[in-house]
Design a protein around this ligand. Structure first.
Ligand code: ADP
Ligand code: ZN
Length: 762
């Protein structure tokens, strides 16, 4: 070994997605990163690229000769990751079987944050001018023209901090040329400064004040106290289980304020769509400032600034979508997972992980409390918290806290099942007479309604009335969905679309295509026909695409411009519409069928949440649920929502679900993993699946099913096959899968994705 300096070699994890669940480590000469501890982020050459890697350990030896080693290029301008964050990344990789390189990328997804923030020119008044009233008095210079525009800039800068030319121009309504000209004539001074918004930080006093000034109800206070009683210096998981509108948010805000007041960092995870202005307003009302946000539409500049603030350990309260879990918090003191049952916490593409489960992992590693809030807890959390009969004790670190009634005068809506076998609307219509009448009454009372149909677009199927051809995607095993508003037909799996046409592409008969079945757009057509004067708005991922769309939508609801909301599942998430007193579910049967493990649980959660949008304020609400199977256990449980003890009615349903899962040894009582193989080359795919089948391990307590063509057998031109692995709870599932896959040489053209605890069975 030619390198003599101690610790001159760094073992660095590289962001290359190889090696399931393992860390791919290369040796580098430390160079400018000499002495960098584990967790340091460094830039390294990798092949022809420059990438960011993670120092795993310093060493004085390498297997390779020193002259073969490349050197680190640069040390990132941020503190090293703390040991627990590093540990978290390793465990996520081990649990999900995603390569460590991919997990690292979840954390290093904001590379601009790793460089020193750039400086930019800012302008200010010369100190001596600030106290003067009038430009003409202060600068009686002949060559300075005193236009009204210049006077505006001058007046503005007397009060403002140094700002960039663009910012001053925006604030004063002049062009930025005016500012440069003023600088040239000596009216303004120029400096270089680091700009960028910093997320606000409150002092412990302010936080304690915010906490004291809000009065919780007795029931809420008991729960808040019970959470506090478990202490903040060890892991504890709290299932905050309260009916919609019971004040779960207010209760967890109390925990947030309490922990933040100890100068530690707090992370609040929410489904992305729930991070609306309304939620932020509530936060602001409670804390006196807006939360730092982390989600897909936050600007790059804000992301960079927030990432750095988090890494520096500043006592922030961050509210974010699932990706916020991978921020480098060195001083995390509390995690909240709101709407913990929400399926959007499960990321399916790339690195498949369940953010709720990984949040639990992070809380465990960091030894801090975590609060999971929901009106319809996931079966997993419900069982873990000890709510299931057969496992009353639950896990010892888990606690269930129940809020059984709505806050204040609000009560849960009265749920009525509409038996569609008895009151069927005419062909091509979807509103039963009962639901029509309820809409009419609600409109006349000046209140709002929500119609729920979990289908985007105009119609799910388009059929040729002449030859029977159905419009299908040419690269997926799926039908094309008609979107009239966009004037296109679209595949919901790969996203391709083509213009709407009336001519059948198969028999070329003109004007022969017919829409079959309802989507939200078609439902809107029907509602508009019935109530031509009503304000109607669609809430779906097609109509509300951005934060600003969402703002406009919620504003129209708030001001009463919207009378009837027609929504997909986007409408189910935590929204608080005080004037909404009627919810109509168009087709409760949509989600129940099929072989999906969680179909019943998910339909129940979704419909309970939707129904729970009704009657959240003073007026009593109701929900009408249209179904062809009113005796189905899911619908039976829903119809008991408004009884004296809604939690008991729900628990009865959950218990039946739990019993069925236990009998089948399915999660959370057993373990499940899916292995999805895909390739454009069908024969290669089948051959590989065959090899894997031949190499199938035989272990006690492990069943492997497959290979079988996936229900969605083709996406984007790639054929797909699946294996399903079911194991007893005590089995080291990840180890078995790794050993199994290692036995087979997988060809490069076949992609293999492991999905531990899959939520989608397509
Ligand atoms: P959940 O999160 O359980 O659905 P929320 O926290 O949204 O319930 O509370 C429902 C409504 O009741 C909100 O408008 C909230 O501001 C109000 N509320 C809840 N608790 C209180 C309280 N202690 N004091 C005043 N308003 C409250
Ligand atoms: Zn497609």
């Amino acid at each position: 070994m030619a390198v003599s300096d101690r610790q001159a070699i760094l073992k660095i994890a590289v962001p290359v997605p190889q090696q399931r669940g393992e860390v791919l480590i290369y040796d580098y000469l430390a160079g400018p990163a000499i002495g960098a501890p584990a967790g340091s982020i460094v830039q390294i050459p990798l092949g022809a690229r420059h990438v960011w890697g993670l120092v795993m350990e310093a060493s004085d030896t390498s297997q390779l000769a020193a002259e073969k080693l490349k050197s680190v290029l640069m040390l990132a301008d941020v503190p090293p990751l703390d040991a627990q964050t590093l540990q978290f990344l390793k465990q996520v990789s081990r649990w999900t079987l995603a390569p460590f390189g991919s997990v690292m990328r979840l954390l290093l997804n904001t590379p601009e944050a790793l460089l020193p923030p750039p400086e930019q020119p800012v302008f200010t008044l010369p100190e001596e001018d600030k106290s003067k009233d009038n430009l003409s008095i202060s600068r009686p210079l002949a060559d300075v023209r005193l236009t009204p525009q210049r006077q505006r800039v001058y007046d503005f800068l007397k009060m403002a901090p140094p700002l960039s030319a663009t910012e001053i121009a925006r604030e004063t309504g002049v062009s930025s040329g005016v500012i440069t000209a003023m600088h040239k004539s000596g009216l303004l001074q120029k400096q270089m400064a680091v700009r960028g918004e910093r997320a606000p930080i409150l002092s412990p006093d302010q936080l304690t004040q915010a906490r004291k000034s809000f009065i919780l109800s007795d029931e809420q206070q008991q729960v808040a106290d019970a959470i506090a009683a478990k202490g903040d210096d060890q892991f504890s998981a709290h299932l905050l289980d309260g009916v919609t509108g019971s004040g779960k948010t207010e209760v967890y805000f109390d925990s947030v304020a309490r922990v933040a007041a100890t100068a530690r960092q707090v992370l609040i995870l929410l489904p992305e769509i729930a991070l609306t202005r309304a939620w932020q307003d509530r936060f602001e009302k409670r804390f006196g400032f807006r939360p730092a946000l982390w989600h897909s539409s936050v600007s790059n500049a804000k992301r960079r600034a927030l990432w750095r603030q988090v890494a520096e350990g500043q006592p922030l309260i961050v509210a974010g979508a699932r990706s916020a879990l991978f921020l480098p918090f060195p001083k995390l003191g509390l995690i909240i997972v709101d709407e913990e049952h929400d399926a959007s916490y499960k990321q399916e593409d790339m690195t498949a992980y369940q953010a709720r489960d990984m949040a639990l992992l992070r809380a465990k590693i960091t030894d801090i409390p975590i609060v999971l809030a929901s009106a319809t807890p996931s079966l997993e959390s419900w069982v873990n918290a000890g709510a299931a009969r057969q496992d009353k004790a639950g896990h010892k670190d888990w606690h269930q806290h129940i809020l059984s009634s709505r806050f204040g005068q609000a009560s849960l809506p009265a749920v009525q099942l509409v038996d569609m076998r008895l009151s069927r609307p005419p062909r091509g219509h979807w509103l039963s007479p009962d639901l029509q009448e309820a809409l009419k009454v609600t409109l006349e009372a000046g209140q709002q309604s929500l119609l729920f149909l979990n289908r985007r677009g105009y119609a799910p199927v388009t059929l040729c009335s002449s030859c029977g051809h159905r419009l299908a995607c040419h690269q997926c095993d799926s039908l094309l969905v008609t979107h009239r508003l966009a004037g296109r037909v679209q595949c919901h799996f790969c996203g391709i679309s083509q213009p709407l046409s009336q001519q059948c592409p198969s028999c070329e008969e003109p004007d022969s295509l017919r829409a079959v079945g309802p989507g939200v757009e078609r439902l809107e057509e029907e509602v508009r026909m019935l109530f031509p004067d009503a304000g109607i708005a669609i809430l779906s991922s097609d109509t509300v695409r951005s934060a600003s769309d969402a703002e406009a939508f919620f504003k129209a609801v708030e001001t009463g411009d919207t009378d009837i909301i027609i929504g997909t599942q986007m409408a189910a998430k935590g929204h608080d519409f005080p004037e909404l007193t009627l919810v109509g579910v168009i087709d409760a049967d949509l989600g129940i069928g099929g072989g999906d493990l969680r179909a019943a649980e998910r339909t129940y959660q979704l419909l309970w949440q939707v129904a729970g949008r009704s009657g959240r304020a003073k007026q009593k609400g109701r929900a009408l649920i249209q179904t062809f199977q009113p005796t189905h256990p899911v619908l039976d449980a829903l119809s008991k929502m408004h009884l004296d003890n809604p939690v008991a009615a729900r628990d009865q349903f959950m218990q039946a679900e739990a019993d069925a899962r236990q009998a089948a040894a399915m999660p959370p009582f057993g373990r499940l993993a899916a292995l999805i193989l895909s390739s454009r080359d069908l024969s290669l795919l089948e051959a590989t699946a065959g090899q894997l089948a031949a190499a199938c391990p035989a272990y006690h307590g492990v069943d492997i099913f497959g290979p079988a063509p996936a229900p969605l057998s083709r996406i984007r031109g790639a054929h797909r096959m699946r294996f399903l692995v079911r194991a007893e709870k005590t089995v080291a599932l990840q180890k078995i899968i790794t050993e199994w896959l290692d036995k087979v040489r997988l060809p490069g053209q076949v992609r293999v994705v492991c999905d531990i605890d899959p939520y989608s069975f397509l």
